[in-house]
Design a protein around this ligand. Structure first.
Ligand SMILES: Cc1cc2nc3c(=O)[nH]c(=O)nc-3n(C[C@H](O)[C@H](O)[C@H](O)COP(=O)(O)OP(=O)(O)OC[C@H]3O[C@@H](n4cnc5c(N)ncnc54)[C@H](O)[C@@H]3O)c2cc1C
Ligand code: SF4
Ligand code: SF4
Length: 477
């Protein structure tokens, strides 16, 4: 059993060794044992004002489940987690744990391992319950897109007694979470989460594309009372340079989906991944596993310090035999019938702009060429709005997903809502906002009060967790 060296040091979860984990897609991070989870949870200060909870986009009561784990009460910890988080099995593997960045223990040592403890709650507690809907409303809502925003909205609406039909263009649910590599999410965890939706009136229709098979307007005409557009940003951006349509230049999103769906992918011996975000990191690590003897390079136009990828992801990638090249921006792709090299401009950092981020500029005349068999492009995503009428006046979120223009996420067309998010948990928060907006809109139309969210398990809300020795008011999300 591992033990913490002090209250201020986290009990780390074991990791697969780099030389072995890159042989296949085995999960890199292991889980806590029951004893390790209890010890880690006992480090938590059970703060009166839990910044961790405030920082979580879905205000998950993590302080509560940590307190229960510290007492060995895993069933209650699982209940408290799942009662407010229908995608907890997914999030306990891939959430970017905004809560941990806000944890007061971060300033004193290492933050509490809140995400790993969520996993322990589900591993050792009863996580197989199913959600129970309230009285059926006999009204159907259409959700377009089965990513985290769409799934969360379906859950919120299903619990309130609505019937929900989720239309998805892909042959699988999960949205971009379906592109997350198996070494991070080995079992396509959204499907495990969806097992708990069994009793809700939520139907999935896969392989149907808005704009091709139907439109938001046609769904309203069919009798759906409202439509939620949750299509995320599922089309790849391109660098916009000559040669980007050459065979062998592939978008990272397509590459990662193909690998997860078991489709054949040919990479060759020299692979260059262009980009500096989490998707680029997933693409280099996946390439390493598919082509263990290949030379894999990740090229980014800024430096490591400005890289949008998480520190945790880069730290895990470093020992896996990847060459990182910073301050390189693609200028053109060369080749005749297949890509053979990438010509990069060399960049340098300039002074910081108003946001404090240092600008980059090309060093005049400085270029570098890297020979390659495959280029994987991970320079961002955008929404594919083909088939969505301009009357919706969709605005585009910071990372490319469409949003409604009103605070309740309604678009310019009555009854049509749109939202998404920059991470799984942000998209879930957006899904909740849209579902609440839809319920409030229909309540107004039908002359009734909005439906309060019923207890998801139909057995009374769990008692609030009261920190030991604490007698003040209890805060509960
Ligand atoms: C490789 C990769 C790794 C990531 N890793 C993480 C991570 O570790 N942690 C994290 O929190 N986030 C991660 N993200 C980001 C996260 O997956 C997204 O922020 C989140 O999935 C967005 O959710 P969404 O529901 O708004 O949109 P999406 O997940 O994009 O879902 C939209 C869905 O709508 C469908 N759709 C699109 N157009 C249509 C149409 N016309 N008709 C019908 N259906 C349509 C799409 O097929 C898709 O299933 C990752 C993303 C990628 C690409
Ligand atoms: S969902 Fe993510 S941010 Fe929220 S408590 Fe869990 S790990 Fe933290
Ligand atoms: S997880 Fe951190 S911030 Fe949250 S209650 Fe515990 S010590 Fe406080």
């Amino acid at each position: 059993m591992t033990s913490a060296t002090s209250r201020y040091t986290r009990i780390e979860v074991p990791e697969e060794r780099p030389e072995e984990r890159t042989e296949d897609f085995r999960e890199v991070l292991h889980a806590y044992t029951r004893e390790e989870a209890v010890l880690e949870a006992q480090r938590c200060l059970q703060c009166d004002l839990p910044f961790c909870v405030e920082a979580c986009p879905i205000t998950q009561d993590c302080r509560g489940y940590i307190g229960l784990i510290a007492d060995g009460r895993f069933d209650e910890a699982a209940h408290l987690t799942l009662v407010a988080n229908p995608l907890a099995t997914t999030l306990c593997k891939v959430c970017y744990h905004y809560c941990e960045d806000a944890c007061v223990m971060k300033g004193r040592g290492t933050p509490i391992a809140i995400r790993h403890l969520k996993r322990a709650a589900l591993d050792f507690g009863d996580s197989h319950k199913t959600y129970v809907p309230s009285a059926p409303k006999h009204q159907r809502i259409a959700v377009i897109g089965a990513g985290p925003a769409g799934l969360q909205a379906a859950w919120e609406l299903g619990l309130r007694g609505y019937g929900v039909t989720v239309f998805e263009k892909q042959p699988a649910v999960g949205g971009q979470a379906g592109a997350i590599p198996r070494y991070r999410m080995p079992h396509h965890e959204p499907l495990i989460d969806l097992q708990r939706f069994r009793q809700l009136d939520v139907t999935f229709v896969e392989g149907k594309t808005a704009g091709v098979d139907f439109t938001p307007e046609s769904l309203l005409q069919e009798g759906y009372r409202a439509v939620f557009i949750a299509i995320g940003a599922s089309a790849a951006r391109t660098p916009g340079v000559p040669g980007e349509t050459l065979p062998g230049v592939i978008p990272a999103l397509d590459f990662l989906y193909d690998v997860n769906l078991g489709r054949p992918v040919r990479l060759g011996e020299r692979i260059v991944v262009i980009g500096g975000g989490d998707v680029a990191v997933d693409a280099v690590r996946t390439s390493r596993r598919l082509a263990p003897h290949a030379h894999v390079t990740m090229a980014y136009r800024r430096t490591r310090a400005e890289s949008p990828a998480g520190e945790e992801e880069i730290r895990e990638t470093e020992p896996e035999g990847i060459e990182f090249r910073w301050l390189l921006s693609p200028l053109r792709f060369l080749g005749t019938d297949h890509v053979q090299s990438v010509v990069f401009e060399k960049m340098e950092l300039g002074p910081p702009d108003e946001s404090g981020r240092r600008a980059i500029r090309a060093i005049p005349g400085a270029t570098e060429s890297i020979e390659c068999d495959t280029v994987i492009v991970a320079v961002g995503e955008k929404a594919d709005l083909a088939g969505f009428p301009p009357e919706l006046k969709l605005t585009i979120g910071t990372k490319g997903w469409p949003e409604g223009s009103r605070p309740d996420t309604m678009t310019a067309v009555e009854g049509v809502f749109a939202a998404g998010g920059r991470s799984v948990v942000h998209a879930m928060a957006a899904g909740t906002k849209a579902a609440e907006g839809i319920d409030a809109y229909l309540a107004r139309k039908d002359g009734r009060a909005p439906t309060p969210r019923p207890d998801p398990f139909g057995e009374g809300a769990p008692p609030p967790w009261i920190p030991k020795g604490y007698s003040g008011p209890v805060w509960r999300p």
